[in-house]
Design a binder for this molecule. Sequence first.
Ligand SMILES: [Zn+2]
Length: 555
Amino acid sequence: MKTSFYLLTAILFIALFSCQTKEKPEGEESMKTDPKLQERIDLYAPIEIKADLTRLTEKQQKLIKILTEAGHIADEIFWRQTSPDAVSVRDSLKKLNAPEAEQALKFVMINYGPYDRIDHEKRYVGEGPEHRPDGGTFYPIDMTKKEFEKYVENNPEQKEELESLYTVVVRDGDKLTAVPYSQAYPEIERLANKLKEAAKFAENESLKKYLLERAKALKTDEYFDSDVAWMEIEDNDIDVIIGPIESYEDALFNYKTAFEAVVMVKDLEATENFALFKKYIKDFENNLPYEDKKYIREEVGKGTQINFVNAAYFGGDCQAGIKTIACSLPNDPKVRKLKGGGKNTMYKNMMEAKFEKIVVPIANVLLTKEQAKMANKTSFVNFVTLHELGHTLGRGNVYGKDITIKKALQEAYSPIEEVKADILAIYNQELLNEKGVISDEELRSALCTYLPGLFRSIRFGAGEAHGKANLIQFNFLREAGAIDKNEDGKFVINEDVFFEKAGKLANLILTTEAEGNYEKAKEILKKYGKVTEEIKQTIENLSDIPRDIDTSYEF
Ligand SMILES: [Zn+2]
């Protein structure tokens, strides 16, 4: 891959390491844009994302602007977290004034660094490591997983701070030490002040409280109170997710949280429409296909909220590469326990953009004409809603132990948890059908939307939690005969056995989680998380369809 980038590399090298060199490197005159890099950029369909602000008051609109400014600061911190060279590569490309630099910059802006997020985090721009370091800048660059584990074992008094979600691990001679985010990232001061400024414009008292609590959390690295305050925001038109949130970016341990920001406007009508799924949470939990029923919880997600919003701004983690379409937060199980569940936020305008630009074209290639026609926007939005609800089902802690499943499954947790949410999102629709909430036809539409949806995510790459999760589902269901192929090479869902097999996969995943079985989790990833020849072929057939959207925002 690298040969075609020698020339660009030469320029970058000069920009990075020699401030005196002003001459153009040889051959630059003839250099145009790089077709391979352009191909990577074209995987993202450009689209401007807008939220309708017209129904907001002037003060609310001002609030949106200030929150977006705060979002840009969170975005900048994420740039520093993702890899040691993300910022330097970006900034040197910005300084260069050449078409190929512009193209490389576009790539870097989409991926938040020189590494391709949907090609195994492989480097495409500049010189340096072949892949993004698994631990980003959360750990010393030369530290291995083994070294960390051994160090923690020998220094149990440091375990908590080193494994904390909100510290950066650095070397101090022979020692490893933990630096709290509030000290590691000086931008946090500005970010906290921005949130305080925003609080002045918040007409809604519960939102104001959250913004002030969040500002405090950023400076103290104690997020519990602000997470609770976020859960308690009510009757609001505006919502914001900001700070260190998800831990996907730490591919070494999934401990460290990455900064992100989402500024959003509530879609009140859609939120109400979908609140009806919430009524069935207890039924979903009781219906979980555990082989051993003792794992079923008595108390479930009474406090689970579903909010439909339109995103006005995305920054940091959720904007890097594949865009988030929904989330279930906060991640802290203590907050979820206290509030009886989490808050599920569904980015309606993001979902709709993805359905149009990606799912429809994939369905047209993969399915028979008849089935492709059945894929629809409502089923897609339902699936994503039920995916988020799926995260709230099953256990948070290992059965009979005071340890979170997340901790027990380590780096295998994210993909396994995503399989759980996905497979339950489809599995639970059979129950909704039995309850009369969705019709037979809608159930069939759900299946016809699910299959192209799998390939939408498989194309994220096996290196990414959601990509891997979808590989696992496809390979498991294909092997079990729930997905067939007809003589024209089109995939067909085998409706006779589909839900039975989906239940089998759900049992496997749920039980692995309930037992906190790390070895089993790794075995599942190894066995099913692979790109088979058939999948490779299918992905090639879809190569003209964008993988995701490259979003821009008004502010
Ligand atoms: Zn998920």
